[in-house]
Write a protein that binds this ligand. Structure first.
Ligand code: CUA
Length: 332
């Protein structure tokens, strides 16, 4: 099979969904947006006043600078005290208080009575997403895609499995680092259902730029349905081709790294594939999840994302590769 990369669908979604801090879709991002506009507005006014004064001085003193002390623009020390000390003090104090107030919108710890609902673990170069339920049977894992109920605040614990990464979905929240050995917390909330693009915002190695994440905010009932589906064990093959694909997956190298719940595949170093077909992207959302890209990713991962932990699985070609892809695509 010739690997044909069809990225258009996913790219169209990326273009359609904004990734700008200035178009907030939740309370945390709104706080940041307000702060940005206040800072931008205040310092725009300061700049304009500065340029007006500078122009005025230049015009007034044109041709006469040589006869004067360059510092003396008239008015004695009053200029220095007011313009150089009093006004900056007032403006910077205002910005400081305003900034402190904005920071209160970002608590460092989750509510004392609630534990995080999601653990987000950064890997080179993908996102492991662990949903923590109130009982162990409610737990499940996915990757590179976080679903949340719209209109409700969700606590996320941020961790790293290797180096420093940074979680940044600009329309929902500011950047927050994922540090090895030091969990961080973030609280996100989306006002309305929608899809919010984000990416790793801390250089973390060769494929840092290919570490995208998407947050899908859903109506609460849609979210519950999605979560219930994600908790189920993997679909059982229904065709001989899918059975062949499952056999190849379980007997080949795939199961060394990947988990598929309901099978013996229990590898823990790569994304959980129990419901891989329900996800929009592959390779941390750098490829659309379709037949051609799945086949290409299995056989040419090192060309698509050089240096990633996913090796080129070149032993599968022809009908074997098609069977493996068919099996993975049955895992909805
Ligand atoms: Cu992870 Cu940059």
């Amino acid at each position: 099979m010739q690997p044909v990369l069809s990225n258009l669908g996913f790219l169209a979604q990326v273009v359609a969904s904004t990734q700008s801090t200035l178009q907030p879709a939740g309370p945390a991002a709104r706080t940041i947006s307000h702060l940005s506009w206040v800072v931008y507005g205040t310092f725009s006014v300061v700049s304009v006043v500065m340029w007006i004064l500078l122009t005025w001085v230049a015009i007034r003193k044109k041709g006469t600078l040589a006869e004067h002390d360059p510092v003396d623009v008239g008015g004695g020390h009053g200029w220095i005290l007011i313009g150089g000390f009093a006004i900056p003090f007032v403006i910077l104090s205002f910005m400081f208080v305003f900034g402190l107030q904005a920071m209160q919108a970002f608590p460092l710890k989750p509510d004392s009575h609630s534990s995080p609902e999601i653990q987000l673990i950064g890997h080179q170069w993908w996102w492991e997403v662990k949903y923590i339920g109130s009982s162990p049977y409610l737990n499940f894992n996915t990757a590179n895609e976080i679903h949340i109920p719209a209109g409700r605040t969700v606590d996320i614990e941020l961790k790293s499995a290797d180096v420093i990464h940074s979680f940044w979905v600009p329309t929902l929240h500011g950047k927050e680092d994922l540090l090895p050995g030091q969990p961080n917390h973030i609280r996100i909330r989306a006002d309305q259902p929608g899809m919010f693009q984000g990416q790793c915002a801390e250089f973390c190695g060769a494929q840092h730029a290919h570490m995208r994440i998407v947050v899908v905010a859903q109506q609460p009932e849609d979210f519950e349905a999605w979560a219930a589906q994600q908790r189920t064990t993997a679909a059982v093959p229904t065709t001989s081709q899918q059975s062949r694909g499952q056999q190849l997956f379980l007997q080949g190298p795939c199961s060394m790294c990947h988990t598929i719940h309901g099978t013996v595949a229990g590898g823990g170093v790569a994304p959980d594939l129990t419901h891989i077909a329900s996800r929009m992207g592959l390779a941390a959302n750098t490829l659309e999840n379709d037949t051609a890209n799945l086949a290409a990713w299995i056989t040419h991962a090192q060309s698509l994302k050089p240096g990633s932990q996913m090796p080129d699985i070149t032993q599968y070609t022809g009908s074997d590769l098609l069977a493996l892809v068919a099996y993975l695509q049955s895992l909805r």
